[in-house]
Structure formats: structure tokens, C-alpha cells
Write a protein that binds this ligand. Sequence first.
Ligand code: HAM
Length: 416
Amino acid sequence: MKQTIRGTKDIFSPEIDLWVYLEHVARTTFTQFNYKEIRTPLLEYTEVFQRAIGESTDVVGKKMYTFNDRGDTSITLRPEFTAGVIRSAIQHDFLNKHLQKLFYFGPIFRYERPQKGRQRQFNQVGVECIGYDSVKSDVEIIVMSDLFLKNIGITTHIFKINTLGSKESRKRFTVELNSFLESKKSELSEDSQRRLTTNPLRILDSKSPQDRLVLSDAPLLSSFLSAEEVSRFESIKETLKLLSIPFEESNHLVRGLDYYSHFVFEITGTKLGSQDSLGGGGRYNNMFEEFGAKPTPCIGVSFGMERLILELEGQSNLLSKPTSVYILVAKQEYYSLALKLQSELISATLCCVYFDLAEKSFKNQMKEANNSEADFVLIIGEDEVANSTISVKNMKTSEQIVVKMEELANYFSKLS
Ligand code: HAM
């Protein structure tokens, strides 16, 4: 039998509980910042990503799942959310609908070399904030990211921040960087030598020790920024300090997607090994124009949900489970009564209510109740049927009481 495709995985109980929890906290937190949910298609025209992300990036150049559909149109499984959200914002004129703050979660596809924390199908949760250029909007994204992580139970993360300045400043810097790196070409790693012609800025955040050595003497982007760009970044840092949000300035951080300018950041965790980036984002003020629309400033962030789950590993205390109730019958003919009780309890309480769906003996039903870690067992026996009562056994304390059948829903609604 075939197994799952390399780099993809099935998610099921008990891990699925963490996913539901994560989605719930994300939805609550982002809604509290007045963000509205958006769901865009998994499939987009390939051109959407080529235009928005940039041909020279690894994501577009090497990692996209692109195919021609039966109508011979080039289609791509989304390798990130941002481009699709902006395509949607332009198509539906979100700015005029006052839909400027959007959040999302769902699957993403990138053809990568799989390892811990790196898959070919993974999930992102994130936000895009459209139409604001203020430092306030930069800082709000960080504040919201910080709170989201704290709300899910992560407290040891750190923000690595940088500014890439405007397109013009970056262009001037790239000329200098290129001539510096060309002069050191033979000392660079093979990967960086290739990038020299495709995307030299990316060499800046290479992890290869060989490259790091060369880069220690490289010109700095910060020396090419205008006074206004520098003061903008200073203002962000000052506000973050004021809010006691831990950050590190990282002047080699450039991000792997081409659309960024000005403020960029990554959020690193502590348990992920080499794939330590929990999330990342930044300002991208040119994407509307790339799509032929009116220039509109934007900023956003996305988190890798698998990585958040890895970071939370072992924290099952975060999850609240409903009270579980197993209905046990002494005779098979009492099942109609069990079904009736199940419906009554489910409509009146938040309990999880279930019984044996095979035809197990009384003893084996008890075994099943134990194996499924039921909190309570309801016993429908001959005496109970004769007296319209139910015996309720608390499986933690082993205490057993008798409750009138018509009072059962009330009894459990107080518990759940
Ligand atoms: P990104 O840095 O490419 O940014 O991805 C964001 C996060 O997705 C990463 O920090 C990581 O946690 C997770 N991630 C990336 N690749 C994988 C993978 N192969 N397996 C598991 N997790 C992965 C973006 O996607 C931008 N769209 C973020 C953004 C939003 N910028 C502005 N708005």
C-alpha cells in the first residue's frame, strides 16, 4: 500500500487537538485586533506568484508545485498566502469595502528537502494589513504576533528585525555589494556563487561559515539608507523597547521573498534546531503595483503551524477536554434508551456522550469505557429501567450515585 507523499503528513488525534486549539486562539486573537478572516483558493494562476514573489527567489525558481491543467493553463498550488490575498484585495476592491485587516490559515506547498520542521505541504497562519504606511501599523503587527504566541503558550521567542529601506536605497546598496562579492567570488560557497547572478541580497543571510567570513567585511545596507528611512526604523525600535517586546537587530536579515522593503522581521523559537523560524514577515509596499493596481502600502506576517506545534510539544495541559460520558447497557434491548439519553445530553450539555457500537458484553463495555478514559459511566440496568433512574459512576473517584432520568441533563449541564 502507498504511504503519504514525502514531506506531507496525516494529522489525527491526539495531535489534532493542538491544531484546533491553535486555530481557535489565532481566530480569537486576530479578531480582537479587528482582523477579518479570508479564505483564498489553493490554486492560483502561476503568474500571481511569479509577479508578486519574484522570479529570482528560490520559492518561485525551485519550490513551486506548478502544472498545466487540462485546459493547458499554468496553475500553481499556493506557496504562500500573501500574493493570493493581495490578488483578492485588488479583484474585490477591499480598500473601498474597508476590508484592510485580514487573517487566514491553511495549507501551503513548497518542494523542499523535508526534515524536522520542514515539509512540502505545511500550514501557515497569518495576517495581512493593507493600505497603511505608518510605523503604528509596523508595530501593531509585532505586538499582535507577540500576543498571539503568548496566548498559545510560547514565551521564549525572539524577534529578529531589520530594515531593507526603499527600492532605490537597496538598488544603490546592491551595486556596492555586488562589486564586493564579485571580488571575493572564489571564497564564497557554491550556492552563493550561483546567487551572485540571480539574487545577491540573499547571500547576506547565508548560514555557511565560509560565506559568513566573507560577509564580515561586506558593505552594510544601513549605510545606504536615507535619513528618513533610518529614523523610521529607530522609531519602531524605540516603541518596541517601550512595550518591552524582546528583539534583536539583525542587519543581515533579508528574507527569502523579493517583495519586501523597509521593515522586515523573523521570529525564532528555541526547540526547532536548524529550522528555527516560527514566523516571518514585513512591509511590502510594491505588490499592488506589480499587479498593475494603484500603489498601496502593506505589511503582514505568517507563522508555520507545524513549527508552532513542535514548539508547544508536550504541553497537553493547554487543552481543555469536554467531560466524557460512556453509557453502559445491561441488555442490548436498552440501546434505544441509550440513544435517547445521548441525544438529550448532547443537546443540553457540552459533554461528549457515547456507547458501544458493537454488541459487547457488559464487562467488555466497562473495559471500553476504561480504555477511552471516560470521566463518567452511566449504567442502564434492570433496576434503573424499572425505576426510571440512571446509576452515574464517577470514574476518577469511583463514587456511584443514582439520578432520576429526567434530572440527568441538569446534573451534567452543571458539570460541563
Ligand atoms: P516565509 O518566511 O516564507 O514567509 O514563511 C513563513 C513561515 O512559514 C516560516 O517562518 C516557517 O515557520 C513556515 N515555513 C516556511 N516553509 C516551511 C516548510 N517547508 N515547512 C514548514 N514550515 C515552513 C511567508 O510565507 C510570507 N508570506 C510571510 C508574510 C506575510 N510576509 C508578509 N505577509
